[in-house]
Design a protein around this ligand. Sequence first.
Ligand SMILES: NC(=O)C1=CN([C@@H]2O[C@H](COP(=O)(O)OP(=O)(O)OC[C@H]3O[C@@H](n4cnc5c(N)ncnc54)[C@H](OP(=O)(O)O)[C@@H]3O)[C@@H](O)[C@H]2O)C=CC1
Ligand SMILES: C[C@H]1O[C@H](OP(=O)(O)OP(=O)(O)OC[C@H]2O[C@@H](n3cnc4c(=O)[nH]c(N)nc43)[C@H](O)[C@@H]2O)[C@@H](O)[C@@H](O)C1=O
Length: 364
Amino acid sequence: MDLNSKIYIAGHRGLVGSAIVKNLRAKGYTNLVYKTHKELDLVNQNDVEEFFKLEKPEYVILAAAKVGGIVANNTYRADFIYENLQIQNNVIHNAYKYEVKKLLFLGSTCIYPKMAPQPMPEDCLLTSPLEYTNEPYAIAKIAGIKMCESYNLQYGTNFISVMPTNLYGPNDNFDLEKSHVLPALIRKIHCAKLLNEKKYDEVVKDLNVNTIEEAKTYLSNFGVNETSVEIWGSGKPRREFLYSEDMADACVFLLESRDFSDLALNADTPVAKAKVECTYEKDAKEVINTHINIGTGVDISIAELALLIQEIVGYEGEFTFNTDKPDGTMVKLTDPSKLHGLGWKHKVELHEGVKTMYEWYLKN
Ligand SMILES: NC(=O)C1=CN([C@@H]2O[C@H](COP(=O)(O)OP(=O)(O)OC[C@H]3O[C@@H](n4cnc5c(N)ncnc54)[C@H](OP(=O)(O)O)[C@@H]3O)[C@@H](O)[C@H]2O)C=CC1
Ligand SMILES: C[C@H]1O[C@H](OP(=O)(O)OP(=O)(O)OC[C@H]2O[C@@H](n3cnc4c(=O)[nH]c(N)nc43)[C@H](O)[C@@H]2O)[C@@H](O)[C@@H](O)C1=O
């Protein structure tokens, strides 16, 4: 990739996409292409093909997807599987058709089995059943990995898949119903603090409603009042969080350094030969695995996360636990040793990242 290469970032306004644009710009890449969802609906096959035909990007980063937290995944199951399959089918296939030099596909660590060994290595994929709450989303993501792998093998493309752990940072989704836990808890705890301090104008502004009564009613639906904040589930599940700017840096690092161009079945390489002959299937599988974990290797319980956010926000109320809401997977800690072996490690620790994110939230 040189600094003038034409790079298409799909999903450039999202949590990850915006961090990737920032990272690429800081590294001096100048020829970046993007479209909002409104300008180009990636679910639409014809429109995506027209875009590739016209723009002919040399590199593609696929950070556009239907994304949400545990309840959104569990509720809008059809939308999560349909939209994600459509988006990735359209983008990956056209990247092949219009000869993109390299593509980076963003999966998720929820592709791994619910009872995966901890920490989860890349090769535990497809070894036992998935977590139910996000099974449709995870199945779409697994299809994306297998598509990248299959196009590399059959057509000699250079498609990479990354499996990030739970992410957070600027431009995150703070919608209390649909967001992930970290932005949801920041907003709930912040609003409870404002209610407690009777800063009603600020609560009304935060929620974009007209009156404090409206704001209080809305927040009470999410178990938030002057003195307490509801946490979904038991608080016992453990999650691993990575700051979005670290995630973006890992993506650009892998895009610059990882290469699968010798994997085509007709390539004159030992892996390709092994794959054709099906003689060294295990060895070949280890080498052709296009997916790689991106994580910190450190996790924290949801109850501990709430305490950490409480301290950063400066909230003095209590927490309640709503066990009618799902816990989801109890532990999903990545094994990032493959990534570490390639020479990349995260820089932002959780406390610092949450502090920076809260400052961003207050400004935006
Ligand atoms: N957030 C997380 O914790 C994790 C995320 N991931 C993966 O990382 C990737 C990025 O996620 P994240 O940044 O959090 O998601 P966001 O929801 O923040 O951003 C998603 C982006 O995708 C775009 N988009 C969605 N649907 C369409 C569509 N039909 N056509 C065009 N654009 C569309 C949105 O565009 P617009 O802004 O114009 O609406 C938005 O820019 C996804 O693949 C996700 O699965 C993986 C693990 C964890
Ligand atoms: C990244 C990954 O994220 C999703 O999986 P998840 O990790 O289960 O997502 P989550 O962040 O929404 O929840 C984490 C934990 O936190 C608890 N929790 C407490 N209180 C709130 C709360 O207020 N909101 C939310 N959302 N969760 C809460 C919640 O009950 C759960 O135990 C995938 O669907 C999929 O999108 C994916 O790839």
